[in-house]
Design a protein around this ligand. Structure first.
Ligand SMILES: NC(=O)c1ccc[n+]([C@@H]2O[C@H](COP(=O)([O-])OP(=O)(O)OC[C@H]3O[C@@H](n4cnc5c(N)ncnc54)[C@H](OP(=O)(O)O)[C@@H]3O)[C@@H](O)[C@H]2O)c1
Length: 245
């Protein structure tokens, strides 16, 4: 079987759903993972209606049993994983993006955010890494955000200077650190690991105020998932542009 196999987390809606769709349209077999069975199955049914090769996988990224089951399923069915898109994420501390929560955010919210946006990604990636190594040309895409950029947060003239949602932003900063470290660790295994900033995208998280639609918003994830062997690794990318860490 020559088809590439991809796993996309949080694929029932938003950027994850659209990423699953565009990867399947590019000829990849996509395991569209969602924590909620009904929502996940409904999303997969609508993609299948378009004739796309997509399968539902139940995966709450915070649930270790789900992570083990995902590993076992992929190992048994395919024996390898070519693409992992760590897309699932949360932003729980404020509905106001242009705010500063550093003196308000409580420890529970900080931990919950880091658990979903960082620790779960390390756990899932670690578990699946032996299968990704078997691909020979594995691609790992970590959904970061421009809001994780320390360089831009430190610059008073940057467009994100006023958007200091501490828990969310810090979760993406540490995910960026993981991206760089992991990319270096697996560079001799044919695996490329990059951090994606999708742009500010109209989704439940991005809100209707966002300028980009989901089709545009999924482009960075999709292009990083489909990088050829000359493509970058250990980079922080929005569309074709490299962002400062
Ligand atoms: N939208 C933007 O402007 C923007 C900008 C920069 C970065 N991002 C990043 O892009 C990614 C996708 O964002 P989005 O805008 O598409 O957000 P969204 O519409 O809120 O979708 C988030 C997805 O993550 C899933 N999820 C959350 N916690 C999960 C868990 N524990 N296990 C499994 N799935 C879980 C959600 O599932 P449920 O439906 O079950 O809640 C949903 O499928 C996120 O990592 C986000 O931080 C988005």
């Amino acid at each position: 079987m020559n088809k590439k196999i991809a796993l996309v987390t949080g694929a029932n809606k938003g950027i994850g759903y659209e990423t699953a769709k565009q990867l399947a349209q590019a000829g990849v077999k996509v395991l569209a993972a969602s924590r909620n069975k009904e929502k996940g199955e409904a999303a997969v049914a609508s993609l299948k209606k378009e004739g796309l090769d997509v399968e539902f996988l139940q995966l709450d990224v915070l649930n270790e049993n789900d992570i083990d089951n995902a590993y076992n399923f992929i190992q048994e069915q395919f024996g390898k994983l070519d693409i992992l898109v760590n897309n699932a994420g949360i932003q729980i501390e404020s509905t106001e993006w242009a705010s500063n929560t550093a003196v308000q955010v409580n420890e529970a919210a900080l931990r919950e955010t880091l658990d979903t946006n960082f620790f779960s990604i390390v756990k899932l990636t670690d578990k699946l890494l032996p299968l990704i190594k078997k691909s020979g040309s594995g691609r790992i895409v970590n959904l970061s955000s421009i809001l994780g950029s320390l360089a831009l947060h430190a610059d008073e003239n940057s467009p994100i200077y006023s958007s200091k949602l501490f828990a969310y932003n810090a979760s993406k900063t540490i995910l960026n650190a993981y991206t760089i470290h992991l990319a270096a660790a697996v560079k001799n295994d044919g695996i490329k690991v990059n951090a994606a900033h999708p742009g500010w995208v109209k989704t439940d998280m991005g809100t209707d105020a966002a300028p980009m639609n989901v089709a545009e918003g999924a482009k960075t994830s999709v292009s990083l998932a489909l990088l050829d062997e000359k493509g970058p690794t250990g980079k922080y990318i929005h569309l074709e542009q490299v962002l400062p860490w």
